[in-house]
Design a binder for this molecule. Sequence first.
Ligand code: FAD
Length: 337
Amino acid sequence: MAIEDYKNVWTLGEVRNGEISSVSYELLAWGKKLSEKLGVKLCSVVLGRDIKGKVQSLFEYGADEVYVVDDPNLEHFLPDVHARICESLVNEYKPEILIASATTYGRTLMPVLAAKLGTGLTADCTELDVDLNERILLQTRPAIGGNVMATIKTPKHRPQMATVRPKSKKPLERDSSKSGNVISKEYPQEIYKSRYKWISFEKDESSDSPIQEADVIIAGGKGMKDEKNFKMLYDLAKVLDGSVGASRPAVDMGWIPYSHQIGLSGKTVSPHFYMALGISGAVQHIAGMSSSEIVVAVNKDPDAPIFKVADFGVVGDALEILPALLKKIGHKGEENE
Ligand SMILES: Cc1cc2nc3c(=O)[nH]c(=O)nc-3n(C[C@H](O)[C@H](O)[C@H](O)COP(=O)(O)OP(=O)(O)OC[C@H]3O[C@@H](n4cnc5c(N)ncnc54)[C@H](O)[C@@H]3O)c2cc1C
């Protein structure tokens, strides 16, 4: 099959607890960027039980078409079954690009699927784009221990497959007037035979930090100097109804738990407001916060790289600026709590 026969951008929708999950909408924002550049349709694939009546939201967040496989056997995620169905869909409809979220679902399913389809897969991308001259997907992710950003291409095989970090893009604005074409597929029962047996779902509470849901993040780095100075970050976050984030050195020094670490080896966040205090702006940190809407940086060094991604920069001592800021906004300290 010639490469030119493959067309359209597909996103792999996710179902959690019987509902379309929000990562599906983030993926559509990535997909829209690619499909608009290529001038093709944006389609989403959803597999689940009793899910057909719930796909309208995918249109409202950008999909032009939705492929649905709705079957009682799809109540739980069984990797071999999902991979077989996706393989069949891809072989029938031939998307040129297929992207999924780098969640447990995407990370488990996409490698199996790529191997079945005999194509490449770039995991955990932080950026996706299209080279229109070559009509090829540019899949960017940190490489060599996070020291460089590598852009990877799949020149000879289709579809071009990638997973992207959750929270690396915000969903598009919802447009409830939008609708589209639902393509409902049915498969013979053999396709649902699995080597896996569903036992139960146990949520790992420790891995779920509210930081990824926060709209406001006040983050501190090594420049905060001491664990006790992090108290001021918590005070400011509390006033602004936000959460506290940190760079890796702050976590390594035990000033704050790992669940607050932002960056390549920590969490990816996309809050409305991100304030970085005493953080230099290393590429590994930026990888986790670059899709924040408004970035404010406070750093003593006017040449600190964090200023390159900041919308507002304050050159100064965070340990003087923070108390002054707290005072200005009326925070009264301990006696007020
Ligand atoms: C594989 C790999 C993965 C990594 N993953 C991550 C990750 O997930 N997250 C992450 O953050 N890092 C990560 N790193 C580490 C990263 O490379 C940087 O070392 C780290 O981000 C630096 O943290 P920092 O900015 O707090 O410290 P520094 O780079 O030491 O910067 C401190 C900053 O504070 C400023 N400063 C000092 N005193 C003050 C003051 N009083 N007021 C204001 N400013 C002050 C300084 O000018 C400086 O810019 C990773 C590295 C590798 C190799």
